[in-house]
Ligand binder design. Structure first.
Ligand SMILES: Cc1ncc(COP(=O)(O)O)c(C=O)c1O
Length: 432
């Protein structure tokens, strides 16, 4: 699938970096892991010089396009005035103002550097605000690498036990056993199970954290009323509702899933599309909750106002406000989804499409997907076979069927046509 330079760089990398990558998610296996040279717009080139239409978009951050000139120019201009200060600058205040203006649920916000940090801080604040310790999270959702929620994320679903009394499964060795005491896991879209848990533990729960859709499990959509149920039950029991918009924020709408679904969580987390690839994140919410920060509640970080991240966010949000970015992505993404669906139909392969035009997934040889347990029954082998063939022909979604396809503003109509032409061939071939 990849050329000789890619292979030899992997061998070299593996001598000094575990697995030869700086995040486990970037490892696809020996001999099949890509190594990148550069990217621009909707494309990237691997170290062998092969060009791809990129649908991974760095796991979602690239909303405008790789190396988007307006954003890069602003970052270059700003870093020439200094990169990091133990002091607040006007630009970060302006970014906070823009986030508050664009986010229906946010009145105050703090900046961070990654999604992991944003959710970790939000959980701390929720616990401090409620004086409680339990966290509810949904199977298949991912909220970053910290120990608080790295449970029932990627495990084989057989380990999750009966859905009436799910077993929380740590997604890594090294997570203290004691952390299990603080976590309750549930299948996504399980209305009844969620109400049962709230009835039993509601007054001990600090926060219910959820992605709006399962952005780390095939972008499974919330069923009608599920997010609203989380909202009403958390309100009833005085728990904090943390909506993790790290993947959906500034991607499915300028106001994220809050705007898309008309939902008002207590806290929201952002990262990814906020900075079009620059390292920046944020968490925010109601003034009442956020105001406890600094009053006996610790939060901060040396790099939380790093200039590349802040300038990247400033420029990205400015472009999102000024140009029809998400409308354009929606139109092209919809055409891509519809075209792919037609191809699977023509080849008699049952397919379920989930997510949104800006970040969508498809699962094969199943007829419905509402949670990770159902997704696990889909045909991963066929997905992988098709994906490998597509990558060989220059179209690159992720190897892992759980990772959605991401579009950016600079994916053109021609890119969509090229992708559909490639898929028309490879689906037919893979089916055999
Ligand atoms: C929903 C969600 N939350 C949190 C994170 C963690 O973000 P980061 O990788 O920036 O730490 C991710 C990463 O994919 C995510 O998808």
């Amino acid at each position: 699938m990849f050329g000789s330079k890619t292979q030899s760089l992997q061998v070299r990398a593996q001598k000094v970096i575990p697995l030869g990558v700086n995040s486990n998610f970037r490892f696809w296996g020996d001999g099949v892991t890509p190594y990148v040279e550069r990217s621009k717009g909707g494309y990237l080139w691997d170290v062998d010089g092969k060009k791809y239409i990129d649908y991974r978009m760095a796991f979602g951050p690239i909303i405008l396009g790789h190396s988007y000139d307006e954003v890069d120019q602003k970052v270059i201009e700003e870093i020439q005035k200094g990169v990091l200060f133990a002091m607040t600058g006007e630009l970060e205040v302006a970014v906070a103002e823009m986030i508050v203006e664009m986010s229906p649920a946010i009145e105050m916000v703090r900046m961070a550097c990654s999604g992991t940090e944003a959710t970790m801080h939000a959980i701390r604040v929720a616990r401090a605000y409620t004086g409680r310790e339990l966290i509810v999270k949904f199977e298949g959702n991912y909220h970053g690498f910290h120990d608080h929620t790295l449970w029932s994320t990627y495990a084989p679903v057989e380990a999750y036990g009966n859905p009436r009394s799910p077993i929380a499964v740590p997604a890594s060795s090294g997570i203290p056993k004691g952390m299990r005491e603080f976590i309750l896991t549930l299948p996504f879209n399980d209305f009844e199970g969620f109400q049962r848990v709230m009835r039993s533990y509601g007054d001990q729960i600090a926060a219910v954290i959820s992605e709006p859709c399962q952005g780390n499990c095939a972008a499974i959509n919330p069923q009608n009323g599920f997010l609203e149920l989380i909202r009403s039950e958390t309100e009833k029991y005085g728990c904090v509702f943390i909506l993790d918009e790290v993947k959906t924020g500034f991607r499915i709408a300028n106001g994220g899933a809050q705007e898309y679904y008309g939902i008002k969580p207590d806290l929201v987390t952002y990262a990814k599309a906020l900075g079009n690839g620059y390292p920046v994140a944020a968490f925010g919410g109601s003034k009442e909750i956020m105001s406890i920060i600094g009053h006996g509640v610790a939060q901060g970080g040396t790099y939380t106002n790093n200039k590349p991240g802040i300038a990247g966010a400033y420029a990205t949000l400015s472009v999102l406000k000024a140009k029809p970015v998400l409308k354009t992505i929606e139109k092209r993404g919809k055409r891509l989804m519809d075209g792919l669906k037609d191809i699977f139909d023509e080849n008699d392969i049952p397919s379920v499409f989930t997510g949104y035009p800006a970040m969508f997934s498809f699962s094969l040889n199943v007829d419905k997907i509402t949670c990770q347990r159902e997704w696990a029954r889909s045909d991963h082998a066929l997905y992988l076979k098709i994906t490998q063939k597509a990558i060989s022909r220059g179209v690159m979604p992720d190897f892992d069927a759980r990772e959605p396809w991401f579009l950016c503003y600079e994916h053109s109509e021609a890119d969509i046509d090229d992708t559909l032409n490639v898929y028309a061939e490879v689906v037919k071939e893979a089916k055999g």
